[in-house]
Structures are given as structure tokens and as C-alpha cells.
Design a protein around this ligand. Sequence first.
Ligand code: SF4
Length: 697
Amino acid sequence: DEKKPDKWIFSTCGYCGVGCGLYIGVKDGKAVYTKGNPKHFVNQGTLCPKGLSEHQMINSPHRIATPMIRKDGELQSASWEEAFGKVSSEFKRIQKEHGNKAVAVIGTGQFLTEEFYTLGKFVQLGLRTNNYDGNTTLCMASAVMGYKQSLGSDGPVGSYEDFEKADTIFLIGANIADNHPILTLHINKNKREKKKVIVIDPRASKTSQMADVYIPVKPRTDLALFNGLAYIILEQGWENEGYIAANTTGIKELRKHLQNYPPQEVANITGIDVKTLYELAREFVSQERVLSAWTMGVNQSFMGTDTVSSIINLHLLTGHIGREGTGPFSITGQCNAMGTRETGFTSSLPGYRNFGDEKALKEYASIVNVPEEIIPRERGYKYAEIIDAIDRGEIKALWITATNPLVSFVNQKKLRKILAKLDLLVAQDAFLGDTAQIADVIFAAATWGEKEGVYTNSERRCNKANKAVEPYGESKSDFDIILEFSKYFEGVNEMFFPNWHEPRDAFEEWRKVSKGQLCDYSGITYELLEEHGGIQWPCNEQFPLGSKRLYTEDIPFRTVDKKAKLLSLEWHPMLEPVSPEFPVILNTGRTVEQWHTRTKTRSIEILDNLAPEAWVDVNPSDAKKLQVKSGDRMSLSSPRGRVDNVIVRVTGSVRQGTVFVPFHFNEQLVNTLTQDSFCPKSGEPNFKQTAIQLHSE
Ligand code: SF4
């Protein structure tokens, strides 16, 4: 009874893209409980360990209580006026001396949609720099670009309901048991006899245990596998000719291109025998409803965009799209990676309007009443290109919001050296993580539970997150920080945020901006969200309570000719092949107890006890050769650095010649080893295959 809440506040989980509905229990002004919302479609009252302990994150000892400025080498508390004054005067000096684009910003999928829209508007139209990207480029960018090049627009196609309705689900490079645990609810609920779950992954993760069929594909050969399945479908005449003729272009070229992917060749590349390839292709066409879901195993690749499109090809060839229980489905990483994509200013202008589309640009300018000439015509540097531009001395100031590159980005030693070249590094964060610790100025941000707005989950469901308690110390919501900071730039606040006082003001503008676009929020209101516990866009007069899926008869593809593109996509061998010096392939990923770089979860006792440090999974035959056993400690090295003191777990879940290490832990910083190679279309890093050496200690 001591901790019995005085009130329960309706909200949404702020960790992953599943988007679970919950209530925050508040007692004496403090968050003391989190419980699942039994009426929410997504989680039906359940929560994973992170969600259940989420209120504890608010009271973390690593919270930043006040703005800070580095003086005499030390970060010291400062007033908001001092922090805003210092950053604004430095931004102005740098932009005067080196041009507007010498200031860059890296955002986050952790912001609420209102905050992300406000930040994008301020950076692109107010600061006039298009060197602006989000940490979403480290996780979802390949899905974005794959959807764009195949279907004409970003936007996940289906619903969690489709997981329940599908006859066969292909889970590709997606360890949902650890990373999207509550999504399993919708797979397990699929009790119909025909149901089949096929997991395609080089690693037999926890998720493979729920599979009817597990396909242990060789690392980074997925694109060849999907080309091979497309070859068999066409060879056998199993394609859906009617669907292809009515809805797609490119079949002739694809048919020719796939001649390079005959089954035996694909079997040699992927390690999957020819018979199994035929069985998989057969599964794709013999069932009425087939869904393919993927996440980082596909996206985080130097061929990420094209691998996404190779999955979409299979759905277009078979007509498994735009119907109940079907579709290609990208599972989103962060709680609001979707909101960042929709409100734009990174990979597109707001509302999925393409950069370079003058008509769309004029439309946006007239809705928000700004001069057309200040809207960027092209995308600026992507995340990794921003880092390169800092290295070249072209970018002098970097403002990082709610993300921690000094754990999450590739090739850490190089990154640390590059960030040291900046004239000014600003970190806007709620927690004193590794990146904030080297900042020149910190804007102290409020976190989940202390602010209001919306998150949009993997299935396009917009959910409301509410303020349960006051922001910690002198911290402010990201929305308030951006608005107040904008007042330090003459005319900017009045011009771009006229009469904006609260997140609802930004949301109302966003509703107008998105009207008529694929991601149409015009029918969504805060009140409707609380009443229905989340609504899927597009939501408008035609779909007053949202839409379960895209590319149905009512929603055509977003290409100019309204036809989806069957694309001819090339598989390439790994960029950094193994060698006698570095003979092992390192795969990285996550575990259910920790969130990304642990800024939020490291001080939650239960989570920290369950997963206190990194480990390395080693195949039994490799362990025998190395003469190590579970519980021993090992070092790992690559051409870029070395990580010591990693505890060994001997397990058949990893293939011989490969190891797995979670990336969360700054003490065993596995991104010291990873390579800086990227998908040329999306800019997403190839986190998943690094050639390394193992050393027993
Ligand atoms: Fe939160 Fe994701 Fe866990 Fe749901 S599954 S409680 S959204 S972390």
C-alpha cells in the first residue's frame, strides 16, 4: 500500500516499435508503477521486462538535472539562458564564417512526433542547414529506401492483425523474441492449423525456437536467397500473372536478370540446398496468405535497400500484398522511428513529399505559410556523411539529440577522433551517456513519462503518450527546448512557430501537412487516440478510424504510374571477407533486457541483474579449437581495434566460424570492431558482418 498509486496515467511504451499501451502509476508526484493496458490491441495488458520497469528509468541516477557547459575541461551546471546563449552565438559565428551547412544535427527515433516535426522545421527552415539526419539511419533507413524504390513511397504495408491472419509467416533477420517480444503475442495467437512460421537467420536466436522451419542461411546471402526463390517461382510458372500484369512493371527485365540466380548457384552462395529452396518457393505460392517480416538482419547491410526490395519482389510476383494476412512488413526498431520518417526533413520533406518534387514543395510551403525558397531542394548529408564531413573540416558544429553515437555507431576509435575535431558538440539528452560526457554544452531533456505527444509504431498505429510527472530537475521537454532555443535566432520563433505553446499546436499543423498524403493524419485527434487506444494512418474522411493496410484497391501504389516496380537486384559478396588474420565473422544485436546503449536501462536493477555485461556466443567446435569453455573470458580484435574481457557462452546457436556479441555495453564496446561500410542508397551501416580474430585470455 505504501506504493499504491494515487492515479494511473494512460500512455504508450517509449522503447521499441511494437508500441504497447500502458498506464503509469503515480504516487506523490513520482512514477511508481507501469502496467499494461488490457484494452490496447497491440499488447492486451501484457508488457515485456523493459516496459514493466519503465517508470524506474525516470528516476535513474544518470539523469541530467540542469543544462551544462564545459568550462576548464569540466562539464558544469549552467542556466538555460547561458546554454542557449552559448550555443546560439557559436552556431551564428560558425554559419557566418563557414556557411549554414557547417552546422549539422543528428536526431532520433526517441522523440515524439510533435518534437521531431518541430526540430526538423527549426533546423531546415530556421537554421537553414539540410545536414540533418536521424539515428533511424542506423536501423530503418534501408526499409525506407526499399519501400520507396519498389512501391513509390515509404510506409509499412500491413498490420499486426496480418500476423494473426497469415497462413505462413517468414521472419527474416528478425529476432523478435528479444527485440520485439510482445509482437510474438500476435504470432502465437495464430492457432489455425495451416499456420507456419519460417525463420530465416544465420543465427538460431530465441526466435528460431518458435519456428516450424528454421533456415540457417549463410551470413549476408539473403539477397541471393530471395532472388533464387523468385527464379524458382518464375521457372515453375507459379507467379500470379494477373496481379503482375495489372499492378507492376519490370517483369521482363527481372525474368532476364534472374537467369544469374539458378537454384544450384543460389545453394552454393546461401548454404541452403536446392530441395529446400524449392520447398520455400512452393510455400510462398501455395498458401493463400503469406507475410514476410524483417528487421535489422536485413536492414543493417551494405545491400540493405536492395535486400528489402528483393523481399518485396516476392510479394509482387505472388500477389501477396494489400490483402488480409499478407505483405512485406518491416518491424521498426525504436518507439517512434515511424514518426521521424513521416514528419520528414531527413529522407523526405514532411508527409513523405520527395525532395526535388517542386509541386510537393510548393504545397508544403503554402500550408505552413513559409517562402518556398527556404525549403531545401535536396537531402543533405546522411548520418555517416555528416561524420565524414566533420572529419574533412566542413562541418564545425554538431547538435545531437537523444542518441548516443559513442556506443551505437561503427568504428568507435575513428568516430571519437573525428568528434574531437568539432568546434562545438551539443548533446540534448535526459541521461549522461558516453556522447553527452564529451559534449561542450548539454541541453537537459525531459524523458518518457514527463512529456506529451504521439508515437507511431511498426504497423502505422499512432499512439498517445502522456505526461505523468514533472520533468526531472530543471530539464525541459524536447518540444520546449526547441521552441525556446529558436527565440535566440531573430525572427525564427515567430516565423515558424506562430502561437505554438504546447505539443498539440505542432500536432494540429502536422495534421494539415499530412492531409492527402499516404501518411494522412488529418482524421486523428488526441481525443480519438485516447478513446480508441491507437489509430493506424491513413486516417481521414475515407478512413475515419484508420486503415489496416496499404495498397488495397482503395490505396494505389505511390509511383507515377501507380504500379509497383519489380526490380532487378544484384547480390554481392561480403565487403570485408574473412582472412587468415581475421577468420571469424562477428554478428551484433540486442537482448531483451537492455535498450540500445543502456542510457535508459543500465540503472534499472532488475534489467541490469539479468543482463549486466556483454557476452560472446561461440560455436562448440570453435570453442574446442580455441580451448575455451562457457564462463571463460576472451578478447576480440578487428583491423580497427580490440575488445577485452568478454565472457564466453558456448552455444550451437551460432554457426561455426561466426560469433555473436550484443552491442549495448560501453564497457565491452563491440562497435570498436565494426567497419564503416554502408548501403549506398540508405546510408545504413553494415553492422552484422565484421571479420575478426578471437583471442583466449
Ligand atoms: Fe515496450 Fe516494446 Fe516491450 Fe512493448 S515490446 S513493452 S513496446 S519494449
